[in-house]
Design a protein around this ligand. Structure first.
Ligand code: BGC
Length: 565
């Protein structure tokens, strides 16, 4: 009894105090030459809505993103993912690109409405959709590339949003489990690494708090917490179903992909800043990771949201509560942790008075800052701060008992205006971030693989096609959506073939060599508008000329007739 009490106390302390993570140890050491452990897995990632296109083809149902993107004013330049990279038709070409890079794994997502158009298994299974993913998996395996399959990368069937209010409704837990089961049934003999959800923080905050993402709701201070609560339960249910029904036969692993920025205290000797940074991470990563590893929300979230809800005169906290049964149900449901990471913020304490209104952001009582010296080559939120990656990885190690980790996303974008294939800044980003990952592995963080985001330029959600994360440039103006390698393809290939960074001499030559190859690709790209122009000739000019000829002949014929009369 006493021992259980001590264990519980230790657990509570661990949940609230952030394990034994050392906040004062802010290492920004020099480049480390060395290699990753043998068998380390190198991959690239993509997601269905961002790349597949074929939005209304072969029996696919509508997703919340199809509907959202078609509403005016939601996406930059009102672009949509209707055709995107046409990945649905070009997956064989894309696998060839992966083979050339000698990748070990490919992370992609299944579009739920492509295989269950109304969202419900009981209503209709779209065999053509099943066939597409089945063929993709087969070809990957034939090419010795391990498929890593995300079940939910944001494209909820629209019917489920309309009928039930999407993730705010508890019924999603059961529907998602049915969909996941169908995937295990049809693909599970070949897929061994499953990711239930991609970046649930974004689903909740951007989908239900700020409304920047589908379904575009602004239910401030409550909807995001509700959505997250159901997502956590849905993840746990799928893990338990797999455990009971499929694990012994299929021998796969079920993980979740959490994306988080690192939060560094502005002044590490100031306790209030340290606590603010800790809150930043707990409201980001801990919101999902703490229930899944420890069975409940982080203590700071319960405390802050509970207190603010009280001050706002609410009878209960806006943060839902897990019952004792639910706590033990969600705890320990992660076979591996997928980690997405892009950037870092400095964090300091900032009070949001209770009159400020409900909001996830106000609940945290903090301010985010950036160092103007940090490079920010692409998306405005994405500053390159490599050392934050190592610190985040070490935080996960100390906080959650050194779980098995796959880095499921890491990369950098460029703005649309820049069509230079010599992406020097991306090579730099990969070089430094992967080096920090190597240092983290040397620190003892249990990382099994790394996934560069992304294989192709794609539909970048509310930013449309204006921000490009691809290793391959996609010419979206051209109907055929041709792919062109950026220099970073060569650079990443070198990292893969050396399994890290073997020596200074070698690594220094990589960038130079990569730039040599990209200049010729740049010329190719510059020549490509010709192809686009030739399509215009067939598509617009030829019909126009034909119509004109017919009109002229008609006029000429009438003229002849008149003269005869
Ligand atoms: C999402 C990706 C997206 C990336 C960059 C990630 O959190 O999962 O789909 O492309 O952020 O914005």
């Amino acid at each position: 009894m006493l021992r259980t009490g001590i264990r519980l106390l230790a657990l509570a302390l661990c949940v609230s105090a952030g394990g034994d993570f050392d906040w004062t140890k802010n290492e920004k050491t020099s480049f480390y030459y060395g290699t990753f452990p043998t068998g380390f897995s190198w991959g690239v990632g993509s997601s269905a809505y961002q790349t597949e296109g074929a939005w209304n083809t072969d029996g696919k149902g509508m997703s919340i993103w199809d509907v959202f993107a078609h509403k005016k004013g939601k996406i930059s330049s009102n672009e949509t993912g209707d055709s995107s990279c046409e990945g649905y038709y070009k997956f064989k070409d894309d696998i060839n690109l992966m083979k050339e890079m000698k990748l070990s794994h490919y992370r992609f997502s299944v579009s739920w409405p492509r295989i269950l158009p109304s969202g419900l298994r009981s209503e209709h299974v779209n065999e053509k959709g099943i066939r597409y993913y089945s063929d993709l998996i087969d070809l990957l395996l034939d090419s010795k590339i391990t498929p890593v399959v995300t079940l939910y990368h944001w494209d909820l069937p629209q019917v489920l949003q309309e009928k039930y209010g999407g993730w705010q409704n508890a019924s999603m837990v059961g529907y998602f489990n049915e969909f996941a089961n169908l995937c295990f049934e049809r693909f599970g003999n070949r897929v061994k690494l499953w990711i239930t959800f991609n970046n649930p923080w974004s689903i909740s905050v951007e989908g239900y708090e700020t409304g920047e993402h589908a379904p575009g709701l602004r239910t401030r201070g409550s909807g995001a917490y509700k959505a997250a609560h159901h997502i956590i339960k849905a993840h746990a249910k799928v893990w338990h179903t797999y455990d009971m029904k499929w694990r012994s036969k299929q021998k796969g692993l079920i993980g979740i992909s959490l994306t988080a920025d690192w939060g560094e205290p502005v002044d590490v000797s100031n306790q209030r800043d340290v606590e603010a940074a800790e809150r930043y991470i707990h409201f980001y990563l801990g919101w999902f990771a703490t229930p899944l590893f420890h069975g409940d929300y982080p203590a700071v979230m319960k405390e802050y949201i509970g207190r603010k809800s009280g001050q706002q005169g609410l009878g209960a906290s806006r943060l839902p509560v897990f019952s004792p049964q639910e706590k033990s149900y969600v705890r320990g449901t992660v076979d591996f942790l997928g980690l997405g990471h892009y950037t870092t913020r400095y964090v300091t304490q900032k009070n949001y008075p209770s009159g400020f209104g409900d909001s996830y952001f106000a609940d945290r009582d903090l301010a985010e800052l950036v160092d103007p010296k940090w490079p920010d080559p692409g998306s405005e939120w994405l500053y390159s701060v490599p050392w934050g990656f190592r610190r985040l990885l070490n935080f996960v190690k100390t906080q959650y008992g050194n779980p098995m980790i796959y880095v499921t996303e890491n990369g950098v974008s460029e703005k649309m205006l820049c069509t230079d294939l010599c992406d020097d800044w991306r090579m730099q980003y990969f070089r430094e971030y992967i080096n920090e990952l190597l240092k983290a592995v040397r620190d003892g963080v249990n990382v099994k693989g790394y996934t560069a985001w992304s294989l192709l330029d794609g539909f970048e959600w509310d930013e449309g096609f204006s921000e490009r994360f691809g290793l391959y440039f996609v010419d979206f103006r051209n109907k055929n959506k041709p792919r062109f390698p950026k220099a970073s393809v060569q650079f990443y290939k070198r990292i893969i073939s050396s399994n890290g960074f073997p020596s200074q001499r070698e690594v220094e030559s990589w960038k130079r060599k990569a730039v040599e190859t990209c200049s010729s690709s740049n010329q190719l790209l510059a020549a490509d508008p010709l192809i686009g122009h030739m399509e215009m000739v067939t598509e617009i000019v030829v019909p126009t000329v034909c119509t004109l000829c017919i009109l002229l002949s008609a006029v000429f014929f009438m003229f002849l007739l008149r003269r005869r009369l």
